[in-house]
Design a protein around this ligand. Sequence first.
Ligand SMILES: Nc1ncnc2c1ncn2[C@@H]1O[C@H](COP(=O)(O)OP(=O)(O)OP(=O)(O)O)[C@@H](O)[C@H]1O
Ligand SMILES: [Mg+2]
Length: 508
Amino acid sequence: MGFISENIDKALGAVEKGRENMDYSPQSREVGRVLSVARGVARIEGLGSVRSEELITLGVGVPGMALDLLEDSIGVALLGSNTGLRAGDEAVPSGQVLSVPVGESLLGRIVDPLGNPLDGGPHPETFETRVVESEAPPILMRAPVDTPMASGIKVIDTLIPIGRGQRELILGDRQTGKTAIALDIILNQKKGDVVCVYCAIGQRSASVARVIDTLRSHGAMSYTFVVVVEGDAPSGMQYIAPYAATSMAEYFMEQGKDVLIVYDDLTRHAQAYRQLSLLMRRPPGREAFPGDIFYIHSRLLERSTRLKPEHGGGTLTALPIVETEAQNISAYIPTNLISITDGQIYLSPVLFQKGMLPAIDVGKSVSRVGGRAQAPAYRKVSGDLRLTYSQFQELEAFARFGTRLDQDTRKRIEHGLRVRELLKQDRFSPLNAAEQVVILWTVSLGLLDDIPLERISEVQEYLITKLEEGFESMERLPQAGPKDGVWAELEKAIVHHMSLWREANAAA
Ligand SMILES: Nc1ncnc2c1ncn2[C@@H]1O[C@H](COP(=O)(O)OP(=O)(O)OP(=O)(O)O)[C@@H](O)[C@H]1O
Ligand SMILES: [Mg+2]
């Protein structure tokens, strides 16, 4: 009895104390009014203290984000359908900057930029939120890029290597294999520890479905999640998509993980932002884009980095994709992005038509920081590959005029043709670093120069299989320095297997 009354007393005491601390003064809550609604944009008045990017609820519950703060009105990008929303409706600010749920449970899921499931599953169970437009890590928290992000694609890992924490632009005309490259890089992380994010912006549902299907059928969804906003979604949703996806990715980076994010593509993103800006009557600039279009992309891509070990050592690698028109890489958005990123992979429709796949134009592609992260063996095998290859391209152009060629030129052309043949690679057929090194070393030794072009890929497969079975130092090959004894061993093994192959094929 005494026990109960004691507890009741305690409870009453607590209530009393709570009442004492309660604030009974009148509270004011700002409520604004919708002035006008246009496609995906509303203008509201009567909200004085709203912050930029604050979440505002309009009418019966349409979410929106404050984007254009003027003295007498606010432009709001709608993040939902505007049906049922009309002038005069209430606009209630949340007091919070727009944020998204983040957490481990996003892995394997397909969500919209606000974290709502699109795969028919339940809401991802998350216990944290992050603001959509979070600040990029300050310089003092950043470390230089020094670990490779293996793509499994020979021409990239050899000549345009990507490092973890780097931003590498993928650009090219439509249907040149941009998405295919990004997907191959995601699929190549299967055996590793990288968390991948594919952010689809403004694409047709059929294309997105194809990507998701590819990720699923190759078992990539266990370490990947997809953020989707389709082409018919409100411009505001398309605009926030890459920022929201980055916030979700940053959660993993801050756990010390290596994260890879693909933005497919930023052309659509820029167009959505242009539409929002024009509807908000901001002054248009070049190509009718608003003046701050450079800033919106640089502020997005600045968030990719490698954190110092004392800050967890996580990395965020970004592969933004941009579409060019008629191979014009000096259009406004592509040049902006080229200047923001640490390099670009340029896909040429001409190479694509010739069946040179992946259609990467080596001359117009570069990686400005990835070289530092490249495994040492690559330097040995690709040393002057770029040079000999571009010389070959020039010679080849000459040879087309039917000029009589001297022995040396003819030899160089034959060699270049083999290099080109070897740099071809089908989709979904990644090679690890050791396998790539074997192949490149073989060609740079000139051992393939007398092999018919149409049998090159067969020889490649044969060599890889034989060496994987019988060459003991295979695993440590990528780390071998230029003076390592393993090179002589490797050469011996390659010569041996090549002569076996020649014998077998001469007999046949
Ligand atoms: N290395 C490759 N080997 C064989 N086929 C390829 C290769 N790369 C791309 N393709 C094929 O080329 C077509 C276009 O590829 P993809 O969709 O990746 O191009 P895209 O540039 O992303 O196109 P879009 O501009 O429509 O986004 C696809 O059918 C794809 O399968
Ligand atoms: Mg694509």
